[in-house]
Design a protein around this ligand. Sequence first.
Ligand SMILES: NC(=O)c1ccc[n+]([C@@H]2O[C@H](COP(=O)([O-])OP(=O)(O)OC[C@H]3O[C@@H](n4cnc5c(N)ncnc54)[C@H](OP(=O)(O)O)[C@@H]3O)[C@@H](O)[C@H]2O)c1
Length: 303
Amino acid sequence: MSQAVSYSKYGGPDVLEVIDVPEPHAGEGQVRVAVRAAGLNPFDVKVRRGGYIPNHALPSLQGAEFAGVIDEVGPGVTDWTAGDEVLGWIGRGAQAEFVVVPEDRVAAKPAELDWAVAGGIGLVSNTAKRAVDSLDLGPGDTVLVTAAAGGVGVMAVQFATATGATVVGTASEANHEFLRGLGAIPVAYGDGELDRLRAAAPDGYTAALDNIGGDAIRTALELGIPAERINTIADHGAVEELGVQGVGGGRKTAEELAGFARQAADGDLVIPIRGTYHLPDVVAAYRDLETGHGLGKVVLLIP
Ligand SMILES: NC(=O)c1ccc[n+]([C@@H]2O[C@H](COP(=O)([O-])OP(=O)(O)OC[C@H]3O[C@@H](n4cnc5c(N)ncnc54)[C@H](OP(=O)(O)O)[C@@H]3O)[C@@H](O)[C@H]2O)c1
């Protein structure tokens, strides 16, 4: 048997359990990975709380991204051997001792890349890159990034600054210094936010990347940003109602993932780890994530 994070009823972090499951094995074209780190994402939470995915079957495993060491290769696998360090993605079930995935769902992990970073970089990078690309940003742009200190936000800030755009990011004061270090202009959210945003970019804004929802889209519209240059990953309703874009995470490739990992290993992409927890402490890990505050990623370390 091996261990995996599971839940058998919808709810908050307390419904999570670490259970024994039959040890999986690699079939044709598959690799088995002994997981060392697995990132947490708000997506896991939305699904676990129920109603987000119609007919989501219970009991369910949890976790969509992982890094670890290949310890079994199935028939027909030619690109990988046991002992290779990789990172990858799976629909559900990454928070486990072992995952089994098709061989093209893993990418080589640079040896110098920290395990926690490797286990938490995939989903947020893919999402942020696709969102930034959707706005076709360039040096003439001033872009508002909301929730700029979150997992997706810090990646969006970096991909946006790389286009030459001026980036203004909302975050709580504690995270302002970090955002300045990435080249962004930090602005505190909350009461008076609109005035502070206007003061931070006196010549105005040309685009927005929303990672929080709520009032963010209306704020962006009030700043004079055209709806078609606003992208949200957190407010599906606004896409229908207000005509903004809703480009988020999507098609992933091992090549893309390898690129993000290489950039992170070279220090060209920074992903702060706000907390690491061991597998038995998965409830505490999700309580941390579900505060909705903090800089960067929460990651489970396994074993
Ligand atoms: N559509 C997609 O494909 C897709 C993909 C990934 C994520 N998402 C969604 O995108 C959202 C963000 O995900 P994430 O992984 O970045 O979450 P996260 O890592 O939990 O980050 C949340 C961030 O929100 C900030 N925040 C809280 N209240 C705020 C407010 N009122 N204004 C501005 N910032 C605020 C916090 O910053 P402080 O610590 O500074 O308060 C924190 O850094 C989630 O809703 C997630 O489900 C969608």
